[in-house]
Design a protein around this ligand. Structure first.
Ligand code: ZN
Ligand code: ZN
Length: 352
C-alpha cells in the first residue's frame, strides 16, 4: 500500500477537505495512474450529501470522482494494454464479476456485482472504493480506457461519464444520418448529447425553458431550438421525432415529449427526478412509442465513444478549477452555474 493525496467529505453536511488515503500497490493486472484531471459529475454531489441514501447509502469518508484522466506511472507484470507514460482514463466502474450474462456481452454497467469507482465495497483493501478527487488511482487494466492524444485532457475527463451516458443510448437506438433527435435539458449531459448527435449527422433539436440558451445550443450543434414552455412551438413538432434523450433531473411533463415521437419512436431517460412520472398510456399506445432508461455504457462501448470523440474532435465544454474551489463548484452546480462541466486540475493537489 502507499499513501495518496485526496479530497474527502466526512459526512453528509461536511465540506470536502484535504486528506490522505491508502491505495493498493498494483497487482499483476493493475494499472497505476497519476490523475491529471477529474470532472465533477452531479452524482458526486448526490453521493457526498447522501441524497441517494435509499438506493446506495454513502459510506464516509467519501472520495468522489468518476471522470478520471491521467498518465500511467506503473503497470503489473501481466498488463498488456498499457505501459508507463501512456494516457489513461477511468469512468464509473473499476471492477465486475466478468462472468455474468451482462459482463459476457460487454455490458459491465449492468453487472449485479459491479464495483463502482467510489462508494462501492473495495475487494482489495476493504472499506469503500475511493474515486478521482485524488492524485493517484490503481485500477484493473480491463476497466482502464485508452485516451486519444489529440484532445484536451481537461475536456476529455467528463466524457468518461457524461459522454458515455449520452453516446450509449444514441447508439443503442440506432441514431444515424438524417434521424431527428431531441435533447431535453442543456446541462452537463445535454450539451454532450447535442455534440455527439450532431457528429452522428442527426437533425438535432434542443428543448429548453430559457431563450438565453438558444445561441449556445446552436453553437454546440443544434439545428433547431424549441422553447418548451411555448405550446405552439411544441405542437409544430408533434409526431416527428425518432428519438428524444431526456436529461432533466427536475420534475417536468414527460407526456409533452412522448407526443412529439413518431411511430416507434423512443424517449430515453438519463436524468432521474426524485418523484415518479405520471405517464399517459395513450401517448405510448398510439404510435407504439416506447419509454426507457439508460445507464452509462460498457467498457468496450466507452472505448468506442472515446475513439469517436477523437475522430470528431469532441470534448466537453469545461471550466477548469483547482481542487481548493471544489466546495464553491458544488454550490454553483446546484444553480446550474457552469458551462457545462467543472474539471479539476489535479496539479493543484500537490500544494496541499
Ligand atoms: Zn457521473
Ligand atoms: Zn457481471
Amino acid at each position: 500500500m502507499y499513501n495518496s493525496k485526496a479530497y474527502s467529505a466526512a459526512g453528509a453536511t461536511a465540506p470536502l477537505a484535504h486528506t490522505q488515503i491508502k491505495r493498493r500497490d498494483p497487482t499483476e493486472h493493475d494499472v497505476q495512474i497519476e490523475i491529471l484531471f477529474c470532472g465533477i459529475c452531479h452524482s458526486d454531489l448526490h453521493s457526498v450529501r447522501n441524497e441517494w441514501n435509499s438506493v446506495m447509502p454513502t459510506v464516509y469518508p467519501i472520495v468522489p470522482g468518476h471522470e478520471i484522466v491521467g498518465r500511467v506511472t506503473k503497470v503489473g507484470l501481466a498488463v498488456k494494454k498499457f505501459k508507463a507514460g501512456d494516457l489513461a482514463g477511468v469512468g464509473c466502474l473499476v471492477d465486475s464479476d466478468r462472468t455474468c450474462p451482462n459482463c459476457r456481452e460487454g455490458l459491465e454497467q449492468f453487472c449485479p456485482s459491479m464495483t463502482m469507482t467510489y462508494n462501492s465495497p473495495d475487494k482489495h483493501l476493504g472499506g469503500a472504493t475511493y474515486g478521482g478527487y485524488s492524485d493517484s488511482v490503481v485500477v484493473d487494466e480491463h476497466f482502464v480506457l485508452r485516451v486519444p492524444a489529440n484532445l484536451s485532457l481537461a475536456g476529455v475527463a467528463p466524457l468518461l461519464c457524461a459522454g458515455i451516458t449520452t453516446y450509449s443510448p444514441l447508439r443503442h437506438w440506432g441514431i444515424t444520418n438524417g434521424k431527428k433527435v431531441g435533447v431535453v435539458g442543456l446541462g452537463g449531459l445535454g450539451h454532450m448529447a447535442v455534440k455527439i448527435a450532431h457528429a452522428l449527422d442527426a437533425h438535432v433539436v434542443v428543448f429548453t425553458t430559457s431563450p438565453s440558451k438558444k445561441a449556445d445550443a446552436r453553437r454546440l450543434g443544434a439545428d433547431e431550438v424549441v422553447i418548451s414552455r411555448n405550446a405552439d412551438e411544441m405542437q409544430k413538432h408533434a409526431g416527428s421525432f425518432d428519438f428524444i434523450l431526456d436529461a432533466v433531473a427536475a420534475e417536468h411533463d414527460i407526456n409533452a415529449y412522448i407526443n412529439l415521437l413518431r411511430r416507434d419512436g423512443n424517449l430515453t431517460l438519463v436524468g432521474a427526478p426524485a418523484q415518479p412520472f405520471a405517464v399517459a398510456g395513450f401517448g405510448l399506445i398510439f404510435g407504439r412509442r416506447s419509454l426507457s432508461g439508460s445507464l452509462i455504457g460498457g467498457i468496450t462501448e466507452t472505448q468506442e465513444m472515446l475513439d469517436f470523440c477523437s475522430a470528431h474532435n469532441i470534448t466537453s465544454d469545461v471550466e477548469v478549477i483547482p481542487i481548493q474551489k471544489v466546495n464553491e463548484a458544488y454550490a454553483r452546480l446546484l444553480k446550474s452555474d457552469v458551462k457545462y462541466r467543472f474539471s479539476i486540475d489535479m496539479a493543484s493537489l500537490k500544494s496541499e
